[in-house]
Design a protein around this ligand. Sequence first.
Ligand code: TRP
Length: 334
Amino acid sequence: MSDKKTLFSAVQPSGIPTIGNYVGAINNFVKLQDEYNCIYSIADLHCLTVRQDPASLRKATQELLALYIACGVDPEKCIMFVQSHVPQHAELTWILNTMTYPGELNRMTQFKDKSRSHADNVNMGLMDYPVLMASDILLYNTAVVPVGADQKQHIELTRDLAIRFNGRYSDTFVVPEPIFPKHGAKIMSLADPTKKMSKSDENVNAFVSMYDDTDTVIRKFKRAVTDSDTKIYFDPENKPGISNLLTIYSVFSGVSVEDAVKEFEGKGYGDFKIKVGEAVAEGLKPISEKRNSLLKDKAYLDSIMLKGAESAYKIARKTLSKVYRKVGLYSPER
Ligand code: TRP
């Protein structure tokens, strides 16, 4: 391995990813892959904390790998793997569970939110979600984790657990730092721009999926909620809808927000929305083409998955055996 710092991130294979997942995560994965030693996981075990249809989960797992590659994550440069293929994630979770306090987990914002939205299925896994995430990160001597604002608390817990373990048993884990990528803007709902864009939104017009076709994309942007003013400028506080569209346009067209504001000076909202829709549709087209052709080659996708799991396993195994030894688990001589 090189002397680059290790970066770890993951996306859950639940539902169809939106352009919010792309802008907030996958697009950055591509941008970061030369600067860091990148490990990108598909967090299927995390998905199980809410009810899943088994066949859909299996399919979404393959599709997410195809999407990573279609977006430009390079399997020659990065390790891409499925979380459940490396058993150490669940094993380290057990050890870390013995040093995590219930109070640390039940005050987590995401746990509280999900307990409300999945009130009929508040399970131990949902509460333990952040500890599994800490295990993901700590197994790989991760130095940096690119995160959106909604995952910040989980990274703080990861750091606390690493420090706690190191304090109790001597230096073992690298204490990771969160990084907030420059282009990692949060994409808001098209129907209510004060809310984060979510693939689980009941209103399909609130999000643009990575798999929407050109007509659908443009139609959704035409309907995007804005405001009653007529001027186009960036002001997330007072003009959340227009600012969100400017952010999306900037990411997909490669033009800065400032230049986009100049470009649309004096133009109406209607024209602007169509232009944003066109830029997104154009950006998505090559990605869907690549993804569709990858999905036809299951053998190739499986080979990437297996190779990723092997590489990840080698690192994870070393870390976990160190942990087992430090906490006093006995291992017989071979
Ligand atoms: N919880 C993250 C999310 O929903 C996904 C995730 C799982 C993750 N394990 C991780 C992100 C480790 C960063 C590092 O966005």
